[in-house]
Design a protein around this ligand. Structure first.
Ligand SMILES: [Zn+2]
Length: 477
């Protein structure tokens, strides 16, 4: 069986196969953040999903060339630059760093390329120039350059590949509000925005005068500059399918850079929305969370990642803090099993951690689940069945050290896809260490009432005591 994915271009699940089988890597593009604030968990659902798909493609033996753009020029950014008095680079640099750090917190592999729109102005200008030469782009009365959807269609191209458009509804809207625009047609979109006083110092020179690029053209220019005019996979949140991705297709295919019969992108994959407590996230409802907000509440990046990957990417996902608590306890069960396997495997000889000739049952079941349109909820069910079954084998004493090492090896390979990593070792604070000493002294003096009281004090600090033959140690609750 091969990996299959829902392709938004054809509205069906299709087997994934590379566009250029001889190429040394798959071209993989995911629309990145607009860096004017800290990223919220709705944004990160898409980025964690993209990371999971990349990791799985790599696990299945593909080399992936992963590109994620950084939108560092845009209306909201320009307003903030004016308000803060910072330069564009200073302002966006701060949020780009924060974004990359959040990505790392969620154990997302760093994309191979992180192009910033402002570093690709010459490529953007070239692409607009090409569209203008082909008669698809035009300069409007306000000095901006627009993409003409009608001219594009007249060239035999199709606008409406990712969504089904209703031309009548479009015309009705035009009649209502078309007068207030310089555009030939309301549906036309800006490729180059002429400089206005509110832009302040944010502008570039171009053949059409001073201005800045539109958002859609940035992704077309950056993706094709790095991955070529045709590439394999383009990802993003479902809210980007229209108009952003539809416009990316129009600009890229309108420029006619692809070989005959080749599309701009072969597989379009969209991740569904995220709700919080059943509602759209909004600051006014108090259900708006950045990754940092959740870390400040004491959650770990791996717990957030686990929750964000717990539902199928095409299902709307309802995020709750209770769900995050449940993720914590699910991960502690998994961690406990992995810790026991590690202890047991320590006595094994040889290199059972190496890749076996045939995948172990855990891996075969994982492959079956993820090949099926990245059915991640099934994958987690497989993993937690394995946890239960491994716990039973450990409890019955039937697991030899080498069998434990094999299971551990399978888990480590599976985790290269799931990306949980080991629970970070947390140093106990001095207050907890002092309580441990006090409790040990009480126990030695056979003052069990005091020992219990101190144990409860430790619990209040979030620590518990584990006694073994070699002594007692603190463990995070
Ligand atoms: Zn984009």
């Amino acid at each position: 069986m091969a990996l299959s994915l829902f392709n938004s271009l054809h509205r069906r699940v299709e087997a994934f196969s590379p566009l250029f089988p001889e190429a040394d890597a798959i071209g993989f593009y995911c629309c990145g953040p607009t860096v004017y604030d800290f990223g919220h968990i709705g944004n990160f659902r898409t980025f964690v999903f993209a990371d999971l798909l990349r990791r799985y493609l790599e696990y299945r033996g593909f080399r992936v060339n992963h590109v994620m753009n950084i939108t560092d020029v845009e209306d909201k950014i320009i307003r903030q630059v004016a308000a803060t008095g910072l330069s564009l680079a200073e302002f966006t640099g701060k949020y780009t760093e924060a974004f990359l750090s959040d990505l790392q917190t969620l154990a997302c592999l760093r994309p191979h390329h992180l192009p910033k729109a402002t570093d690709y102005i010459p490529q953007i200008i070239d692409l607009i120039g090409r569209l203008e030469q082909r008669g698809i782009a035009y300069r409007a009365g306000d000095g901006s350059v627009y993409f003409s959807i009608n001219k594009y269609r007249a060239c035999g191209c199709r606008y409406g590949q990712l969504v089904t458009l209703d031309p009548e509804a479009q015309q009705r809207t035009e009649r209502v509000s078309g007068d207030s625009y310089d555009k030939d047609d309301l549906a036309d979109f800006a490729l180059w925005k002429a400089r206005v006083p509110a832009d302040g110092p944010v502008f570039w020179q171009s053949p059409w005068g001073e201005g800045r690029p539109g958002w859609h053209i940035e992704c077309s220019a950056m993706s094709m500059a790095i991955l070529g005019p045709s590439f394999d996979l383009h990802l993003g949140g479902e809210d980007l399918a229209f108009p952003h991705h539809e416009d990316e297709i129009a600009q890229s295919e309108g420029a006619g850079l692809q070989q005959a019969g080749r599309p701009f992108v072969k597989h379009w994959v969209h991740a569904a929305h995220l709700l919080v407590d059943g509602k759209k996230m909004s600051k006014s409802l108090g259900n708006f969370f950045t990754v940092r907000d959740l870390l400040n509440k004491g959650f770990l990046g791996r717990e957030i990642r686990f929750l964000l990957t717990s539902a199928h990417y095409r299902e709307t996902f309802n995020f709750t803090l209770e769900g995050l608590e449940a993720s914590r306890s699910a991960l502690s069960r998994l961690d406990a099993t992995v810790a026991q396997l590690t202890e047991k495997a320590a006595g094994s000889v040889g290199s059972a951690l190496g890749d076996p000739a045939t995948p172990l049952p855990l891996e075969s079941a994982l492959i079956a689940a993820l090949d099926d349109d990245l059915n991640v909820s099934k994958a987690w069910a497989v993993i937690f069945d394995w946890v239960r079954e491994t716990n039973a084998a450990l409890a019955s004493g039937s697991l030899s050290p080498s069998a434990a090492a094999e299971r551990l090896g399978a888990w480590k390979r599976v985790d290269q896809v799931m990306g949980l990593g080991a629970r970070p070792v947390e140093e106990a604070p001095a207050a907890a260490l002092a309580l441990l000493e006090k409790r040990n002294a009480a126990k030695a003096a056979r003052d069990f009432a005091l020992a219990d009281t101190v144990r409860n004090e430790l619990k209040a600090l979030g620590w518990t005591v584990e006694d073994s033959k070699t002594g007692s140690k603190l463990k995070r609750l």
